[in-house]
Design a binder for this molecule. Structure first.
Ligand SMILES: Cc1cc2nc3c(=O)[nH]c(=O)nc-3n(C[C@H](O)[C@H](O)[C@H](O)COP(=O)(O)O)c2cc1C
Length: 198
């Protein structure tokens, strides 16, 4: 079968014309849309199907008032305007689900539990991938995104994950973006600068 790439509209929507947004229209996002978003992003692959990412969709004024003090000053207005700010976190004990998620490897849970470095690397790698799937899935569903890493992880973790099991990774503002809030598009490195074919 010849390969069948998506059409230009799809590629533009997800990558080529998609921009990071810093300002958002005051239009709420229904919980049904957030569920649709998760139901799409969840199909992105993770090693041993481990799915370590956890998500807190902060939509309420009360939630935002708990979130915003932890953000760097330059990020506060963005999170205030965005109808949704997602805390993309990782579950440090993600491996407890392994018997269900990857039953073909019956010892996976114990092997991760006995090797904290391996568990941490796996959670970080795959949890970040899942955050990227969230960005791509949101764009495919017609939402605009603004990821943010400028915040105090410890403050977010104390406020939202006080038992210490989940750790924040990064944040993603979601909504309908205001195009005039965009910055000039930054250049991307050329293939020759970043890749080799051996
Ligand atoms: C993980 C991540 C963290 C980011 N953190 C911040 C941030 O804290 N504040 C901010 O203004 N922009 C932040 N950005 C936005 C990037 O600078 C922006 O996505 C990048 O320059 C590409 O812009 P473009 O999509 O418009 O081409 C972040 C982006 C990513 C992917």
């Amino acid at each position: 079968m010849p390969r069948q790439p998506l059409d230009d509209t799809a590629l533009d929507t997800v990558f080529r014309k998609a921009r990071t947004h810093y300002g958002f229209r005051p239009e709420p996002i229904e919980e049904a849309t957030l569920r649709e978003l998760y139901d799409l992003l969840k199909w992105g692959p993770t090693s041993m199907n481990c799915q370590p990412a956890r998500y807190v969709f902060v939509v309420s004024d009360e939630g935002k008032s708990r979130l915003i003090p932890a953000l760097s000053e330059g990020n506060r207005d963005k999170a205030h305007e965005a109808p949704v700010t997602v805390i993309v976190a990782i579950d440090t004990r993600f491996y407890e689900h392994m018997p269900t998620l990857f039953p073909s490897s019956p010892n996976a849970r114990e092997r991760f539990a006995e090797n904290p470095d391996k568990a941490s690397d796996t959670a970080c790698r795959n949890g970040t991938l899942q955050g990227a799937y969230l960005i791509v899935a949101a764009r495919m569903l017609g939402l605009d995104v603004g990821p943010m890493s400028g915040f105090d992880n410890d403050m977010i973790d104390e406020e939202f994950f006080p038992d210490g099991r989940y750790k924040s990774n990064f944040l993603v503002n979601l909504g309908v973006g205001e195009p005039q809030s965009q910055r000039p598009r930054g250049p991307r490195l050329a293939f020759e600068e970043v890749a080799e074919v051996v």
